[in-house]
Design a protein around this ligand. Sequence first.
Ligand SMILES: Cc1cc2nc3c(=O)[nH]c(=O)nc-3n(C[C@H](O)[C@H](O)[C@H](O)COP(=O)(O)OP(=O)(O)OC[C@H]3O[C@@H](n4cnc5c(N)ncnc54)[C@H](O)[C@@H]3O)c2cc1C
Length: 615
Amino acid sequence: MPHPRVLYWFRTDLRVHDSPALHAALALEPQCLYPVWCWDPHYVREARVGPNRWQFLIQCQRDLSASLTRLNPAQRLLVLREAPGTLLPKLFKEWAITHLVFEKDTDSYAAQRDAEIVKLAQEADVQVITRTGRTLWDPAAIIKENGGKATMSLTSFMKASKNLGDPPKPLPEPSSIPDPGDLSLSFLNTVPPTVIDLNKLHRQKHDDESYSALAGPNSDFAPPTLEELGIPESTATTPHQGGETVALTQLAKLLEDSKFIATFEKPKTAPTAFEPAATTLLSPHLHFGSLSVRRFLHDVQRVTSAYKGSKSQPPTNLPGQLYFRDMYFAAQHAVGPAFSHTVGNPVVRYIPWHLPSTMPPSPTAPYTIDSPRAHAWFLRWAWGVTGFPFVDALMRQLRQEGWIHHLGRHMVACFLTRGGAYVDWERGAEVFEELLLDHEPACNLGNWMWLSCTAFFAQYYRCYSPVAFGKKWDPHGAFVRRYVPELRGFADKWIYEPHLAPEAEQRKAGCFIRDLEDGGLLPLKTQAAGQVYYPSPMFDFAERRDFCLAQMKKAYQVGLHGDDPRVRDGTAKAELFEQVESSENTTTASTHKRKRTRSTNEAGPLDGWVKKGKK
Ligand SMILES: Cc1cc2nc3c(=O)[nH]c(=O)nc-3n(C[C@H](O)[C@H](O)[C@H](O)COP(=O)(O)OP(=O)(O)OC[C@H]3O[C@@H](n4cnc5c(N)ncnc54)[C@H](O)[C@@H]3O)c2cc1C
């Protein structure tokens, strides 16, 4: 039998170290290997991706391409600009492919796409080989062990994974790879029609031109540039760099500090730490697969077992963090596409939030503005101008750098949903989808459900204070000063509540605290040339917390989940929550001026273990 001609499809695995799928491809002893990336219009236009994540992806692709060339000077990453559904069948024919190999991807869109590709491959007589490598365990195997149910707690996840044994040991990097075959392309690319483009706002130069030619404008199969996407390079402001080389260097550096690795306890790491962050900051690399999660776990376990002192344990230690990641992947796999929203989702509680999703889902008009005030709050949250310095610092760090600490994510997610603005968690998840470098659908959605107490976690009475929580970690406000520079001049006493500073203190600090114009939606008008302003708080936090607590209590009493017929047909809110809605509308917007003296109530950082199988 002639040697196989393999098309290796890179997607979630932008690396050459510990890649089970690449290993399987090479085990075929192929006559030729085509390392392909399909520039899929779904991600380019229908997923929310900001400039920072585009840049990170392009860096990962360039680094991978260089690694492939290192393993064989005739090789490079072949970036082809077309949807896989139309492109791959043409490539099977053009390059006489016998085998298609890829890493398994259980995200909703990917799972559906891959099922279609497998069918197309079968029709073309191409054998398909897939391997799990994105997670420690195969999500499908975890769910099978969990009796077909979603893993809604780490306890149930750990039990299921225990039955499957330890994750396989990492595989070595290949020492060489075969040549590609003939790279000629006798067909033109099918240019995708722009039905929707969720990233249009970022394209300040021109519309997306990344589909101008199948192998790129220079016919060299290079990854598109930000310029080709119409995105100015200056808008990619993150200091975090993509690529396997960076990831492995970062991991090696972390492993040198065996005490950090072996005694890591997430709740003790500060959300206010920067340069360096208090946690590993490896999540973007796990997302793009520029770091293997098995390699990360294995290296951590190796360093920890050699460590002589007392060691931290799951769920707060580093392996525990990776188990959480796998838990969300498995839960998403069990629930399927409904995992990304409330309606139709059996594991999520129904809460009549403001700005609910449009049903049926509409990517161009994703939500209903049922309250202009809540909409203004949402926009102020997204742009970091809430008037709560700790929240604003976190949201600005997210926008500038694409990453914030886990407890920072707790703070801003709680504040937007059940601990302040009472806005639908799906709105927050969309903003994170756009801005995070590490945006991982399963983890993002799952954590938003956790923080909004709609699934995974139910202690809605534990709420983060935007003042006390920041102060606890960073009493001098260095983090706020870094990301909200207009507040730099305030003394420590005022840094978390500058609106309480007397006018003379504000003058001394060189920044005046004023209400935003037009009920809080428009930016501050410059009231005096050269003068710096920062907004007053957009609401009275204590009052909002009490309001949200009452609503959450009511919603828990009603006890509906997303798959309830009244949630599905949209009658639940009017029938069961009418009174709640009218009391919300009578809350005044100007109460933030009153100083509240009652003590703040904070959640413990990791929120402990989750109750077993809570639905
Ligand atoms: C509202 C919200 C949204 C989130 N969205 C994402 C997301 O889109 N992608 C994402 O990877 N993480 C997400 N997280 C989880 C977590 O905040 C990040 O994984 C973590 O902060 C990444 O930083 P790190 O690499 O320094 O983490 P470390 O503390 O160093 O942990 C190591 C790794 O464990 C994994 N991990 C840690 N905590 C979690 C967790 N709670 N859930 C899932 N995985 C975890 C990550 O892969 C991380 O890189 C979200 C958390 C919240 C509260």
